[in-house]
Design a protein around this ligand. Structure first.
Ligand SMILES: Nc1nc2c(ncn2[C@@H]2O[C@H](COP(=O)(O)OP(=O)(O)O)[C@@H](O)[C@H]2O)c(=O)[nH]1
Ligand SMILES: [Mg+2]
Length: 451
């Protein structure tokens, strides 16, 4: 990334709207303001009402623009923010004009990446920006906004501080090995390491909740054709999203949508019915379904309770992990088939009627039960770590355990200190003391353009 160049992007969604905001970040901003709007020394953080005239002298829009000085902007570089009318054609023309004037298009996440590089945010705060944009429930919003305000950074920095203390003590011992520790203090470093390990463990245990809050819970509806999968999907969504038909095999590709079971967003897919078939398109659909089952957090196995029980191959059965599966006995409005056998007895189950819309609240409760209470670490603020943090915490925990074991069997202090330092490097990576630029680029690439 060239620090000198100026990049630009639309920061609001594409499409028609009241306003569309274009941002520029970089050293060209004051020149742009001068050449486009004729303002030689713009007052920072002041809203100017002006006409946008392009380089060829064409009027493009009436806009409101603001200038932000270096070190006092989101990115930390000089910035120009232009509020245009939310017409995709106008916005495109303005962006093209800015490029003609020397800007380049921003990369995904580049505004936030620059903010991180300029020390405006640490890495866990930068990640929280994307979490905040995506948060749709009270708890996910809270976790993301707390993280943006530094809740995770503070926890990590405290852990690093404590670890530094321990390393210092152990290194003092390396430098002055002849000075024996008083007997009562001999176990002190180990106890401190173990205390630290416990703190890391409880932070790390919030990861499942943290990942659900960030990414949503993956749920899948499966079952035989005509069991009522699409009807059930529509019930859960509260709208007619999937096609319902008494002709088996209507749903061939899978349909994705989401609904909420507080505090989570549930991303659900409706799939092609699983059964023996010679139809190659249907086979492909079934194959995709099996792949998706393995990736899901919740499997909603729908059966038609008025019909003979389904017969699935063992490879399907093997995918039905009891801790993830809810058996939905649909069509409870019809008389139950006498042959409903016991093969699903070990699973959680609910009776519903998708057409009568009965039992749906029970199903939602069953989903909430299966997911369990959210695990958050709360010391006034809410912390639930994400996948990247979890990996780093687990490595740090492992290194601390190794260090503690080495201490116990009285291995050389240098060796112990090496593992402690390794743990520290992993903790520091969470807040972004990362040397590897490629890792950073990859991380920010998952952001949207304009953020
Ligand atoms: N009586 C009754 N019929 C249902 C119920 N749920 C679905 N159906 C009917 O079963 C047929 C198949 O439904 P659909 O949702 O397309 O099943 P899918 O193939 O599993 O997606 C349709 O005619 C639905 O109206 C239910 O709870 N009770
Ligand atoms: Mg269907």
């Amino acid at each position: 990334m060239e620090p000198q160049d100026t990049y630009t992007a639309l920061s609001t969604p594409h499409g028609e709207s009241a306003l569309g905001v274009i941002r520029c970040s970089g050293s060209l901003c004051t020149d742009l303001i001068h050449s486009i709007f004729g303002e030689e020394s713009p007052t920072p953080r002041h809203a100017y009402y002006a006409n946008y005239i392009d380089l060829e002298g064409n009027f493009l829009d009436q806009v409101v623009y603001s200038y932000f000085e270096k070190n006092a902007s989101y990115t930390g570089d000089p910035m120009l923010e232009i509020s245009c009318h939310g017409n995709p054609y106008i916005l495109q023309r303005v962006l093209e004009d800015l490029v003609t004037r020397g800007c380049r298009h921003a990369l995904p996440g580049e505004f936030t990446q620059t903010a991180f590089m300029n020390g405006k945010l640490d890495l866990s705060q930068a990640e929280a920006v994307i979490d905040l944009i995506k948060a749709r429930t009270e708890l996910s919003f809270k976790a993301a906004s707390n993280q943006l305000q530094g809740s995770l950074s503070r926890r990590i920095n405290n852990l690093v501080e404590e670890l530094l203390q321990i390393v210092a003590e152990i290194e003092a011992y390396i430098d002055f090995p002849e000075e024996d520790l008083p007997a009562e203090e001999e176990n002190a470093p180990r106890q401190k390491i173990e205390g630290l390990t416990d703190q890391i463990k409880s932070l790390s245990e919030t990861a499942q909740t943290g990942i659900y809050l960030r990414e949503g819970v993956k749920a899948i509806i499966i079952g035989e054709p005509n069991a009522g999968k699409s009807s059930l999907m529509n019930c859960l969504l509260g709208e007619s999203r999937a096609i319902v038909s008494d002709r088996p095999g209507t749903t061939r590709d899978y349909i994705e949508a989401s609904f909420f079971v507080e505090p989570y967003r549930i991303n659900i897919i409706d799939t092609a019915g699983i059964h023996e078939t010679d139809d190659t398109i249907e086979q492909e659909g079934i194959h995709k379904t099996l792949e998706q089952i393995a990736l899901s957090d919740i499997i909603l196995l729908t059966i038609d309770s008025s019909a003979p029980p389904p017969s699935f191959d063992t490879d399907v059965f093997n995918l039905l992990i009891p801790g993830k599966t809810i058996v939905i006995k649909n069509k409870s409005d019809l008389p139950e088939n006498n042959n409903q056998n016991k093969q699903f007895e070990s699973f959680r189950s609910v009776s519903v009627s998708a057409t009568e819309q009965t039992g749906i609240d029970n199903l939602r409760r069953s989903i909430a039960d299966l997911l369990g209470e959210p695990k958050i670490s709360s010391q006034g603020d809410v912390v639930a770590v994400g996948a990247r943090h979890h990996a780093a915490l687990e490595t740090a925990k492992y290194e601390l355990k190794t260090a503690s074991n080495l201490l116990r069997i009285e291995e050389p202090a240098e060796l112990v200190a090496n593992h402690l330092r390794e743990a520290m490097t992993n903790l520091e990576a969470i807040v972004g003391r990362i040397d590897n630029e490629r890792i950073l680029d990859k991380l920010f690439a998952s952001f949207c353009i304009g953020k």
